[in-house]
Design a protein around this ligand. Structure first.
Ligand SMILES: [Fe+2]
Length: 200
């Protein structure tokens, strides 16, 4: 059972009643204030989000994927999951589903679906590519097991055919590299206009 943090419920109520312009401010304030906790020993949750978005911006011509990359782990914040609280590595609270449910009120499916599928994308990549699994961090290998582990061939084929899965796999590869200590990347303000134009 998921345990949505009180601040997540308060934030969602504010988002639902805010104007379109104010929503980006509320969204970024939430990332800023709740993203200071550790994603892992190397980076904060906010640094992880910014590094993922930066890699997406550098390597993709698809603006919706930059927004998705920036927001892909907001479910961790909403569940108060962070590195100092190791229990989420032993129990899957489906942060990707929590994020997708929240974001779907404000963003179109080309932003939401890669977020929703970024955990399945890891399982799919692990199943298709042994070198990919070996390259994962130890924490990511542990959460992979908790998230269900390897897929059967039938499951892998079914997942590969799902809408948005190619985007989700691209996001996932940036996600995996966005854990670099001292990797200086642009701040949140760089993404304000991009987030705004993608709001519903
Ligand atoms: Fe991530």
């Amino acid at each position: 059972m998921t345990a949505l943090a009180d601040h997540a419920m308060t934030w969602m109520k504010l988002m639902q009643t805010a104007s379109r312009q104010a929503r980006v401010d509320l969204l970024f304030d939430y990332l800023r204030s709740h993203g200071q906790s550790s994603y892992d020993p190397s980076v904060s949750q906010l640094e992880h989000a910014l590094q993922t978005a930066h890699l997406a911006q550098q390597e993709s011509q698809l603006p919706h994927l930059v927004v998705a990359s920036l927001l892909h782990d907001i479910g961790h914040l909403m569940l108060d999951e962070h590195d100092e609280r190791g229990d989420f590595l032993h129990q899957d609270w489906a942060h990707e589903a929590v994020a997708a449910r929240a974001l779907s009120e404000f963003f179109p499916s080309n932003v939401v679906t890669p977020v929703q599928r970024h955990v399945s994308a890891k399982r799919l990549l692990c199943s298709l590519d042994g070198a990919y699994y070996e390259g994962l961090s130890e924490a990511s290998k542990r959460s992979f097991a908790v998230q269900g582990g390897p897929l059967s061939r039938f499951e892998a084929e079914r997942l590969q055919a799902l809408e948005g899965m190619q985007d989700a796999m691209a996001l996932r590869r940036w996600d995996d590299r966005a854990k670099a200590k001292g990797f200086e990347v642009p701040g949140l303000e760089m993404y304000f206009d991009l987030a705004f134009v993608h709001l519903l």
